[in-house]
Ligand binder design. Structure first.
Ligand code: GLU
Length: 295
């Protein structure tokens, strides 16, 4: 049974980049006769914008992308994440950490490893063997040095990462009590029975961490497809900072134009808006094209 999902973080409205992931995940589900779910990933509440979740659902609906089940909201699912964390703690696969960012920077500096990776510090393992009298603030996943995680992406091909060396023991629950994206996404994908993850390529780097969590929690591994990114004019990833505009989905013409741009980014053939075609006709044509879609 194919179950796919689109899992936006409501940190703002949909933009051109997020519509590509939404459309690709919808097309993949439809073309395989599966179901398509939407999960609003508002686990990091301080970063979320009030009203953005419902607005995203409205934008999706304006684009003819309707979920097959009622959308779920991560902010209402903490007990699931808590249970998974407890399971990891009881198996000693999670440990408490007392380090502040400053502590981590200092430990890395003293080891001569100051360079962050994608802006993230590789955790030096200071609390791995106990808190030494300090008070635990966060919980981290215990990675295994030397162990390579391998997976195959439907578009990017074979991938591998030594999480222990490249990321380090990563956070499951933050010092402020919020659950980390890595844990929440893995718990939810398993709880919802997601068989296929289709999302933007910027998230590909998280996959190895998520596979480690799936294995530790005894969950099945979904298939992965990471879609091409839409870049801003400056060649950077689209973000609110470099002008990722909220998509205009206020009229059917505007929504169709936005869908056309997303379809083109996926290598599908745009449907001319002046041909008086409807969103439904365009989507149906893309489902057919998607069946023989090769990245
Ligand atoms: N919520 C994540 C984001 O919007 C996506 C999570 C996922 O698709 O795995 O970046």
């Amino acid at each position: 049974m194919y179950l796919g999902r689109f899992a936006p973080s409501p940190t703002g409205p949909l933009h051109a980049g997020s519509l590509v992931a939404a459309l690709a995940s919808w097309l993949d589900a439809r073309s395989q006769g599966g179901q398509w779910l939407v999960r609003i990933e508002d686990v990091d509440l301080p970063r979320c914008i009030p009203g953005a979740g419902p607005f995203i659902l409205q934008q999706l609906a304006a684009c003819g992308l309707f979920p097959d089940q009622t959308p779920v909201w991560q902010s209402q699912r903490s007990s699931l994440y808590q249970r998974a964390l407890a399971q990891l703690i009881s198996r000693q696969q999670a440990y408490p950490c007392a380090c502040s960012r400053k502590d981590i920077e200092q430990a890395l500096h003293s080891q001569g490893k100051d360079k962050p990776r994608h802006g993230e510090l590789v955790y030096p393992g200071s609390c791995r063997d106990g808190l030494q009298g300090k008070v635990g603030r966060a919980w981290r996943f215990r990675t295994e040095p030397g162990s390579i995680t391998r997976w195959s992406d439907r578009r990017l091909g074979p991938q591998q990462q030594e999480v222990a060396a490249e990321v380090g023991d990563f956070v499951l629950q933050r010092a402020d009590g919020l659950f980390a994206y890595q844990l929440a996404v893995v718990v939810d994908d398993a709880a919802q029975g997601i068989s296929h993850v289709v999302r933007g390529e910027d998230l590909a780097d998280n996959t190895a961490r998520q596979i480690l969590l799936q294995e530790a929690l005894g969950y099945p591994r979904p298939q992965y497809l990471h879609t091409p990114l839409v870049l801003a004019a400056d060649g950077q990833k689209l973000s609110k900072q470099n002008g990722a505009q909220a998509l205009d989905t206020s009229t059917p013409e505007a929504a169709l134009a936005a869908l056309n741009r997303a379809a083109t980014a996926l290598g599908l053939q745009a449907r001319a808006t002046e041909e008086a075609i409807t969103i439904g006709i365009a989507l149906a044509a893309w489902v057919t094209q998607w069946r023989c879609w090769r990245p």
